[in-house]
Ligand binder design. Structure first.
Ligand SMILES: Nc1ncnc2c1ncn2[C@@H]1O[C@H](COP(=O)(O)OP(=O)(O)OP(=O)(O)O)[C@@H](O)[C@H]1O
Length: 380
């Protein structure tokens, strides 16, 4: 039997590493598809026709603000919540829909929720063994110990979850979710309970483990940076609908509307009119990043990322005045006043760029940071 961890405090153990990479064991990844999913809690519809296909072996991050329906979609995939319309398919076969409803335990889906949901009266080993019902007890204990070793907690298999830190409980929950080698792993805000000091390490090791298992993974998050770090693709949701899905570059560089643009960075916003392939806005006539062709005279909503503003000597570019400057570590946040607007422009500049509050400057903008959306399009 492995030794118990009673001697070391959770805090001192947190620094200890994870187990050797490449020892997780692999699974056969499954494809998961949602087809026109509708759902209501009582009278209020929470999902309004979500269609999304997750490819075998990919990590898809489901991103959106609190309450947009991410968890509900996960629960429908797992089979713990029925949809009111639409179908869920695993490897092309209906698991929830008009023709059939497979219970959760027959879907080959692993779950890991935000609160870890470990059983307090079971040891860490017994928690991991919980889903291994097809194996003998001895074989299940062996698998559990191997996976606990992979997450760096082999020595604490006989301890109870309450003696572990939050970060360690997260690792036990991960071990429990992957132990039965599910074809699909559903993770709901798996890192939200961790402090920022631990989160990067846990994210990186979790990613390594997911790659090792090769399971298809849907991970819920409300943090765009986390989605970009973890996801092969991102599906952005708003109020029960899918707004856009694609790679991090697709969503960041080519957002389909202002909501998507705002989700990934702060933006300065103006009204504008298309003129000769450029946009005429209070900052001047600017070139902008790719969008569907827009006819001359189209009224548009313009989003300018603060990172896309460069300062020039006074007399060059567009005239502006520095009204405040705040050092926030990797960048300086600078507010600029410019003619024709009483709303200041926010810029993020490299620290060290010589800007004095009150100085007259010129500004130039990067084309890739000017995003333009027709006002007639939904959620411009
Ligand atoms: N059991 C329930 N009964 C009634 N309404 C619910 C229930 N669970 C969720 N809701 C509502 O359904 C909507 C979608 O909730 P859901 O938990 O799916 O969103 P979410 O995007 O996962 O949010 P969060 O990030 O806060 O978990 C919300 O408006 C929520 O208040």
């Amino acid at each position: 039997m492995p030794a118990t961890g009673a001697a070391a405090s959770p805090a001192s153990r947190e620094a200890s590493g994870w187990g050797p990479r490449g020892t997780t064991g692999t699974t056969f990844a499954s494809a998961l598809a949602f087809e026109d999913i509708h759902h209501a809690y009582g009278a209020a519809e929470t999902l309004h026709g979500v269609s999304l296909a997750v490819r075998p072996g990919e990590i898809l991050c489901l991103l959106g603000h609190s309450g947009c329906g991410k968890t509900t979609l996960m629960r429908i995939a797992a089979g713990v919540e029925p949809q009111s319309r639409g179908r869920v398919l695993i490897n092309g076969e209906e698991v929830a829909g008009p023709a059939r409803f497979l219970p959760p335990e027959q879907r080959g889906v692993g779950l890991m929720f935000q609160d870890y949901a470990l059983f307090p009266h079971l040891t860490n080993r017994e928690n991991v063994m919980f889903g291994l019902t097809r194996l003998s007890r001895t074989a299940a204990a062996e698998v559990a110990d191997q996976i606990l070793a992979r997450v760096g907690l082999g020595a604490y298999a006989a301890d109870y979850p309450h003696s572990l830190s939050g970060g360690e409980q997260q690792r036990v929950a991960l071990a429990r979710a992957i132990a039965p080698r599910p074809g699909i792993l559903l993770m709901d805000e798996p890192f939200s309970g961790l402090d920022s000091r631990l989160r990067d390490d846990v994210r990186e090791e979790t990613l390594a483990i997911l790659r090792e298992t090769r399971a298809t993974c849907v991970m819920v998050t409300h943090d765009p940076e986390e989605a970009m770090r973890m996801g092969d693709r991102i599906a952005l949701m708003r109020s029960g609908r899918l707004v856009q899905h694609g790679t991090a570059e697709d969503l960041y560089l080519r957002p389909v509307n202002a909501f998507a643009a705002r989700f990934f960075s702060e933006v300065n916003e103006f009204d504008g009119i298309i003129r000769g392939g450029r946009v005429d806005c209070p900052l001047g006539v600017l070139p902008f990043a790719g969008s569907a062709p827009l006819a001359d005279g189209t009224a548009v909503h313009v989003c300018l990322r603060p990172d896309g503003i460069r300062l020039l000597p006074a007399g060059e570019g567009l005239p502006a005045r520095v009204i405040s400057r705040r050092f926030i570590g990797t960048v300086d946040l600078v507010l600029l006043a410019y003619p024709g607007s009483d709303r200041p422009l926010q810029a993020r500049l490299r620290p060290g760029d010589q800007v004095r509050v009150g100085a007259d400057v010129g500004i130039a903008v990067e084309e890739r940071d000017v995003l333009v959306f027709a006002k007639s399009s939904p959620s411009h």
